[in-house]
Design a protein around this ligand. Structure first.
Ligand SMILES: [Zn+2]
Length: 126
């Protein structure tokens, strides 16, 4: 007889396995040793740089914010250059050149308010 081949292929798999496997808690990989300390903090130089030009700063005497007045004074470097000129045989006036050259002299910063000497910029010292 014409029997129908009834294929009862019941492929019915129950997804009984509910994915309960969560990924394990993420371990941060050895981040402790990677010192995240940024030790590169800029150390603020509070002191203004006293050079050849007037500087805006607070006077340590009258505590006012002033712009220093500068003038040149004969310093160590001036004398050294003077001696160098003398050793080179420049007796007649040449040894006086350093005294006329401001770039060889120390720079004195003065407070215009109380006229106290705030700083002396020595050419030999950095
Ligand atoms: Zn002052």
């Amino acid at each position: 007889m014409g029997g129908k081949e009834h294929y009862h292929g019941e492929v019915h798999e129950e997804p009984s396995q509910i994915a309960t496997e969560y990924p394990p808690p993420f371990d941060p990989p050895l981040s402790q040793e990677m010192g995240m300390n940024v030790s590169n903090v800029n150390t603020l130089d509070i002191k203004p740089k006293f050079r050849e030009i007037p500087v805006d700063c607070q006077c340590s005497y009258c505590h006012k914010y002033i712009t220093t007045t500068t003038f040149f004074k004969t310093g160590t470097l001036t004398w050294i250059f003077c001696l160098v000129f003398i050793f080179l045989g420049c007796w007649l006036g040449c040894c006086l050149i350093p005294f006329a050259c401001d770039s060889l002299k120390d720079v004195v910063h003065q407070c215009p308010n109380c006229h106290n000497k705030l700083y002396r910029y020595d050419r030999l010292k950095k």
